[in-house]
Ligand binder design. Sequence first.
Ligand code: IPE
Ligand code: IPE
Ligand code: MG
Length: 251
Amino acid sequence: MSFMSSTRGVPEVRDVPRHVAIIMDGNGRWAKQRLLPRVAGHRKGVEALRATVRSCVERGVEFLTLFAFSSENWRRPAEEVSILMQLFIRALEQEVAKLHENDIRFKVVGEISRFEPRIRELIAAGEALTASNERLTLTVAANYGGRWDIAQAANRLLSAHPEAARGFTPEALEPYLSMAYAPEPDLFIRTGGEQRISNFLLWQLAYTELYFTDLLWPDFDAAALGTAIASYKQRERRFGRTSEQLQAERA
Ligand code: IPE
Ligand code: IPE
Ligand code: MG
């Protein structure tokens, strides 16, 4: 399946975003506010993740992409990295079967070669088990970086088409990006109050509507998703055109 690139053409716009991408930020601060260790925030964050998957299914979102661990998160204290890896393993062990029961396709994007073998095995098994599910595609970005994605795509393009070394177009690169199986995100949400992309989907966010909330990720729930989608519905997605052009098209 291939999707309309937002720069090559004008994607179809609907009231419900087809693809929602989320930076789940604020777990550490949530815990700190309660005088708990950071891990308590990450644990609570997994619960918020579960609830968000459910809400997206109910609302008819087709693709949900969650930033779980960035290529820069290795810079955190070794103890926190290790706790995050343990939580990732547990979530993979416990959640994948439930995703499958709910007809959810599970995917991971990122440089997974850096993860320990157990994690890589669980990812491969989860992706294989759920490959033909159709209700929602849940992508977890793990050891993901937007710059890595563009570089790996260029490397794979050049291996497949050595003549591309003489020059290539954005359209030629797109099939090699790690999320080529999904349309570009319609709605980007970042919780936790920071207004930055932190090396998430740099290429794919070209025309995505951005939404920032001060809510910390463990507090993000169905109502908060509803508020974000309501904001999305208000946006006029022009993709470079004028408002008058859009009105004429609607008339
Ligand atoms: C997001 O929460 C989870 C990960 C990055 C893994 P943080 O751990 O970044 O929480 P804050 O930003 O310190 O509150
Ligand atoms: C972004 O959050 C990455 C994830 C949520 C996985 P960070 O907490 O790592 O982002 P910065 O460091 O504040 O930009
Ligand atoms: Mg953070």
